[in-house]
Design a protein around this ligand. Structure first.
Ligand code: HEM
Length: 251
């Protein structure tokens, strides 16, 4: 769990509409710290076949070359190698299709299971996502378009699992009862076109803090309550927020 400065991207009402913005600042991957290196190695040991996979090809090696050159990293010949050089979780897309992924801090999904899937297929299980699914083909090409990107979006949730890794097998390990059992989790997601208008880097930086650290701030607390209140039952179920919603609303 990281406790450095955390963003607050909570919106009311909650929405799954495509919410990317063009990134104005320069983007760079961050050279990995000793702590994150150790964390990633441990998670990869526990979930060896779940957290990383790739469809190897010459095109993919060209992508790795471009990324390591652009961000001044040692040469990488696999997504796992690349991921172990940087703080962020990383994936490679081709017009929205996932060619490679190494996510040691996934939200509630198994990264290797989305390799080979299109933007549409990945997002199909998400409730209330008609607009996102309708725009999938457009999103896939937009994210790789060098004249349009890089793009950024922010994600948040509340969870009882204190680890950055929210692998689905850990879902029932925690039985939260009070605010002190909960964590506020955010992701900064960035897509960076790799120059051929087909391939893009997808990078995700996860941060988590104990929820109680923001629960004293009435404005933030009320925004979270209103956003969760605006979610459909299907969305609450999908995001594992049903029990959490009742804890948040109990006096
Ligand atoms: C940049 C444009 C993107 C948009 C607008 C978008 C939108 C969304 C939305 C609305 C959700 C559901 C709620 C949430 O957690 O926010 C979601 C979940 C998800 N997205 Fe995306 N997404 C984007 C990019 C990607 C990419 C490139 C991947 C592939 C690596 C991806 C993989 C997923 C997965 C696996 C989930 C399910 C997470 C879970 O069940 O915990 N998304 N996305």
């Amino acid at each position: 769990m990281r406790t450095d400065k955390i963003i607050f991207p909570v919106k009311v009402p909650y929405s799954t509409a495509p919410d990317i913005i063009k990134l104005k600042d320069d983007f760079s991957l961050t050279p990995i710290s000793d702590g994150t290196f150790q964390y990633k190695r441990e998670e990869l040991d526990v979930f060896p076949s779940d957290l990383a996979d790739e469809i190897m090809s010459d095109d993919l090696l060209v992508c790795y070359n471009k990324i390591t050159t652009n961000y001044n990293l040692p040469k990488a010949t696999s997504i796992k190698e690349l991921a172990l050089y940087v703080e962020e979780d990383v994936a490679i897309l081709a017009l929205g299709k996932v060619l490679a992924i190494c996510f040691c801090s996934p939200s509630g999904f198994i990264p290797s299971q989305i390799v080979g899937k299109s933007f549409f297929e990945i997002h199909q299980p998400i409730p209330d996502s008609d607009l996102l699914l309708k725009m999938s083909a457009k999103m896939g090409s937009l994210l790789s378009d060098s004249t349009k990107g890089p793009h950024r979006r922010h994600v948040w949730t509340i969870t009882a699992n204190p680890s950055n890794n929210q692998h689905p097998s850990l879902k029932d390990k925690y039985a939260p009862k009070v605010i002190d059992d909960l964590y506020f989790r955010t992701e900064v997601q960035t897509t960076v076109p790799l120059g051929d208008n087909i391939h893009a880097l997808f990078s995700v930086k996860v941060s988590m803090i104990p929820l109680k650290e923001i629960w004293n701030d009435d404005e933030k607390k009320n925004i979270i309550l209103a956003s969760i209140d605006s979610m459909s039952e299907a969305m609450l179920e999908y995001k594992n927020l049903k029990t959490i919603k009742s804890i948040l609303n109990s006096k």
